[in-house]
Design a binder for this molecule. Structure first.
Ligand SMILES: *Cc1c(COP(=O)(O)O)cnc(C)c1O
Length: 382
């Protein structure tokens, strides 16, 4: 069988070899393996120095101060810490949170936990383009709203929220702004100062870094208060205890350093690939774009192939590593909740696939994917 063609960069990316090279220097006896919290010897200081260098690289990508970066195990933990940590720490000010129905499960499920704890959550339904509008947000805000949580880029659609406009509305009401930027980092320009963001979740493995490491940006001026979820030792200014994984952290730092330098290149590259892909599929009958490409990143495109079952298409496209976005239970296949929430009819949602491209995707990959798709769709329709 021919080598698989990986078009699932929104699920995870391969680690850039420049990142892997650096990580390997922080593991073994001849490397910088010491505990970065060890203050009594040189190996510990060197590990701490490496961690602080990486903290600056991550901060630089989003225009933050390194002291505002808290290491976590990924964006899932960062989302949990942002939502639960903020709501609990600010419960005397208000108990109302506003978010949307198409957030990543790391936000959706966490907001449900808060509801069960007695907090109030308003769930906004985005429009057909996948975005919540500033006026929709304004209508949902109340005197007791303390936090809003909206993602930078949707992981199934690629749609980009107008964060500066949304943050302005939230701040005018005195609410803080959390952004899950797992799919935004390295894809769109992010600047926490000019965008007015108070908390931002980041992940390394969507940006050519390793899995199992992420960060939460926590604004210092004005000071954002969080209640810790993980206790023991008071690392990370008391917000997240636990021995820092130096190799993971330098990997995330290097990946974010590369993202800062290569964002424009990466974007131009995926833009060219996306155009080639959509042009290639051009005249295919019954092709429908779930992604509104006018307001989306070029590295994610969600397409429906009408009258073709998505799961069957996935099976026919064995060479392509892609995703339906739907959740399979043992008995039934449920269409993606994101497609459902933006109003894609059930039948069309079940015919949908998400294609996502990245730094190492080639034009040949795209051309092969187009050929295979055309053949499979035509075969399944017969
Ligand atoms: C991948 C992803 C997450 C989860 O990140 P992990 O680092 O894997 O925990 C959260 N939010 C969005 C939007 C994602 O795409």
């Amino acid at each position: 069988m021919n080598a698989p063609i990986y078009l699932d960069y929104a699920a995870t990316t391969p680690v850039d070899s420049r990142v892997a090279d650096i990580m390997s220097r922080y593991l073994t006896q001849d490397g910088t393996f010491a505990n970065p919290a060890s203050r009594s010897h040189m190996p510990g200081w060197l590990a701490e120095q490496a961690v602080e260098g990486a903290r600056r690289q991550v901060a630089d990508l989003i225009g933050a101060d390194p002291r505002e970066i808290v290491w976590t195990s990924g964006a899932t933990e960062a989302d949990n810490l942002a939502l639960i940590g903020f709501m609990r720490a600010n419960r005397d000010k208000g108990r109302h949170l506003v978010t949307s129905t198409t957030e990543h499960k790391a936000v959706v499920d966490t907001a449900r936990v808060l509801e069960a704890e007695g907090f109030d959550v308003t769930w906004l339904t985005p429009g057909r383009d996948g975005r919540v509008t500033p006026s929709q947000l304004a209508d949902a805000l109340r005197d007791d709203t303390v936090l809003i949580s909206l993602m930078a880029v949707n992981n199934e659609l690629g749609s980009i929220h107008d964060l500066p406009a949304l943050a302005e509305v939230a701040h005018a009401h005195g609410a803080a702004v959390h952004v899950d930027a797992a799919q935004g980092a390295g894809k769109i320009d992010l600047d926490v100062a000019t965008m007015g963001i108070d908390l931002m979740s980041l992940s390394a493995h969507k940006v050519y870094g390793p899995k199992g490491i992420g960060a939460l940006y926590v604004r210092r001026h004005p000071d954002i208060r969080l209640e810790a979820l993980i206790h023991g030792g008071g690392h990370e200014r008391g917000m997240r205890s636990g021995t820092l994984p130096t190799h993971q952290i330098v990997g995330m730092g290097e990946a974010f350093g590369l993202a800062t330098r290569e964002l424009a290149n990466d974007r131009a590259h995926t833009q060219a690939l996306c155009s080639r892909f959509l042009d290639g599929l051009g005249e295919l009958d019954g092709l429908y774009r779930n992604t509104d490409t006018r307001v989306a990143v070029p590295n994610i495109v969600n397409l429906a192939f009408e009258d073709v079952d998505g799961e069957s298409l996935l099976m026919a496209l064995r060479r392509l590593a892609i995703s339906t976005g739907s959740a399979c239970n043992s008995a039934s296949v449920e269409p993606s909740y994101v497609l459902k929430e933006i109003g894609v009819p059930r039948r069309r949602a079940l015919s949908s696939l998400r294609f996502s491209f990245g730094r190492f995707t080639t034009q040949d990959d795209i051309d092969t994917a187009v050929d295979e798709l055309r053949q499979a769709v035509n075969a399944l329709r017969q």
